[in-house]
Ligand binder design. Structure first.
Ligand code: MG
Length: 304
């Protein structure tokens, strides 16, 4: 609190003393607490296809100029790209954010061979993510269309939490996490709210199991603010960003692209991880659309 804020606060305190038995100290403490809450930062990150550029180096140059601080590569083939990515990020103010999926099989596969594919490829990606200092590997336990899948029963949920516990502990040993991504009922009906994913993360009982929110998939939430707070800093490890009508560049869907309710929660909780663009682009001028999108997010972040 600076001197001006203190004086303003003192005046409010004096006024409140005149009408209510609230102490000056309590009034100032409440004001200071309110200010303390807004400590989160908007760390913008891009998936590989977002920035214009003929190769990774050109894309990173563009990102750097725009003040983008995170890079989210896909998980497929990541183990073979660790050296390339480390080299490309050397001497740049950009770090690896999350890693987007890229494994084979799925964790709830009923066929042991497909489950085995998941276990092997996911662990390879998690190890590479750890080497790159990534915040975690994004995953969905099973899309609606992935079959044969274990039935959606209590027993399966218990099994999922047990399996995620093992995977999470492995991720911790590699210095990273696994991040559950809730979608919507058409894609993954049992994990369509940030709170669903946070509860599964909690019940997995591993520091290496986290969750995220994707502003595109969050269309089923009744409140963006409530959704992020349902995970809180204990579980919220990542955020994806897109326009809210066509999953395009933020701003390309006009008034629908209002992220302020969610941003307010991120700010209040002191969110310090990444917000990654995962979206298409309607405009033929990608550079202009991406730049406008970043500016829009920064101005909405400032407003809350
Ligand atoms: Mg996403």
């Amino acid at each position: 609190m600076n001197r001006k804020q203190f004086l303003q606060c003192s005046l409010v305190g004096v006024a409140s003393l005149a009408v209510a038995p609230m102490s000056l100290t309590a009034s100032c403490a409440a004001q200071a607490k309110k200010e303390e809450k807004k400590t989160g930062s908007l760390n913008i990150s891009f998936q590989e296809g977002i920035a214009p550029g003929a190769n990774l180096s050109e894309k990173l140059d563009f990102m750097e100029k725009l003040g983008v601080v995170g890079f989210e590569p896909g998980g497929r083939g990541l183990a073979g790209r660790v050296g390339e990515i480390k080299e490309a990020l050397k001497n740049r103010p950009i770090k690896v954010a999350a890693i987007c999926a890229g494994f084979d099989g799925f964790i709830l596969a009923d066929d042991p061979a497909i489950k085995e594919q998941f276990d092997t490829t996911m662990r390879e990606i998690v190890a590479a993510a750890g080497e790159l200092g990534s915040t975690g590997v994004v995953m969905v336990p099973a899309f609606n269309g992935q079959k044969p899948c274990k039935p959606h029963t209590q027993e399966t949920r218990d099994y999922l939490c047990e399996q995620l516990h093992e995977l999470g502990e492995y991720a911790v040993s590699q210095g990273t996490t696994v991040i559950l991504e809730p979608l919507n009922r058409k894609e993954c009906f049992y994990m369509r709210l940030v709170a669903d994913a946070a509860a599964i993360a909690r019940d997995s009982q591993s520091e290496g199991v986290k969750c995220m929110g994707d502003f595109w998939h969050m269309q089923e939430e009744t409140s963006d603010y409530g959704a992020f707070w349902s995970a809180g800093t204990k579980y919220l490890q990542h955020v994806h960003m897109a326009s809210r009508g066509r999953r395009s560049m933020p701003g390309e869907d006009g008034e629908k692209d209002d992220y302020r309710d969610g941003f307010r929660a991120l700010k209040e909780m002191g969110y310090d991880k990444y917000v990654t663009f995962e979206c298409g682009c309607q405009s033929e001028d990608r550079a202009a659309a991406v730049t406008a999108a970043v500016e829009l997010l920064r101005s909405q972040w400032e407003e809350v």
